[in-house]
Design a protein around this ligand. Sequence first.
Ligand code: UD1
Length: 423
Amino acid sequence: MDKLVIRGGRRISGSVTASGSKNSSLPIIASTLLTGNGTFTLHRIPDLKDIKTFTQLLHHLGAETTFADNTLKVTTDKVTSILAPYELVKKMRASIYVLGPLLARFGHARVSLPGGCAFGPRPIDLHLMAMEKLGAQITIETGFIDAVAPNGKLHGAHIDFPISSVGATGNALMAAVLAEGTTTISNAAAEPEIVTLCKFLIAMGASIKGTGTTELEIEGCQSLNATEFHNVFDRIEAGTLLAAAAITGGEITVNGVEPEQLKSVLKKFVHAGCSVETTKNSVTLKSSGKLLPTNITAKPYPAFPTDMQAQWIALMTQAEGTSHITDKIYHERFNHIPELNRLGANIEIRKNQALVHGPKTLSGTKVMSTDLRASASLVLAGLVADGTTEVLRVYHLDRGYEKIEVKLKSLGADINRETYKEF
Ligand code: UD1
């Protein structure tokens, strides 16, 4: 197994380019299942474990792919299977993204139930509700979702989501673009990843109105075509790198980004006492190392993202005073807190709120990754901790951060990947 060994106390400074977004790559890749016409060329796809798992799933269904220099080529004309097996789905919850496209193209999909995850139950009822509204008959048996469109075709419908869900909105969109008639989606997720998915589906020939809003209107079409597409940058990776500079009293320019997508996070960096400057496609952050406490509430976009909550808690361990961090999306997403406390932080959990009492001098020790963003928060803590921090089970981090230690090293961090044996 791999671990990251970090000797803390180095300033992060310099410039770096953000990688392509993992969370927008996944629905884009799933959407290639909507057509058998031509070969897709997808640029700026990050070289990550989650992407490999997803392409494995596509292979299993019969697709052909090549991947080089962050360009993924996908041909889906030979796809015949509609079965997403447990062995692949259990590796990654986002496999549920194949449900909508398979159902829309073939009129039938069998997808293993994804199960829970490290930070709560994460149900899929809204995905299923959307498919049923579009006319699918759904049965759940032997751990599989079996979805059938009567006469092989979905039909347009009104889908009103009771809560905002990125995944369910993505699935509904991918299903609706090939349904007969008009679909309207209310309370749709407006996250940049959904905007990118809409742009991609439109590039394939779909008709979607309301992109970037919570009300979407989709006019179903007969067929779609393969296309060439440039994925967006990863706003969460960018935010994490900015936090690395902020926590170490450093200075960083992250290139390739769309600052608008990071607005809520950048505002909080300013409240925390950092200076932030943006251009059309870059963010520069300067930190004196003296940080102010800030309260954040993670909520759907454009509010502060839940995927930056763990990193923010790490940052606030160095702020002078108490910060209140609330997660309204995943109430139990606090696995990083006991590990941060083992490094010397003083963080209390009260229901879905964390109280971070800072500043605390952190001292390096072995800590355990439990999920993707929790791992990122431990790396940030390691950058500022005295002595050596070893972040174990780094495979969680590898699911979502492309060459993170290479990037941090190029910015001045003392960080190395080593292999170890877990007893
Ligand atoms: C996506 C992101 C994840 C991010 C999350 C919230 C990907 C691959 N993952 O996950 O990194 O943390 O958005 O921004 O893009 N819910 C239900 N029923 C459902 C679906 C969701 O109750 O059928 C609930 C969830 O438990 C959660 C909330 O809705 O409380 C939002 O979850 P959702 O936006 O669906 O998250 P994901 O799409 O799984």
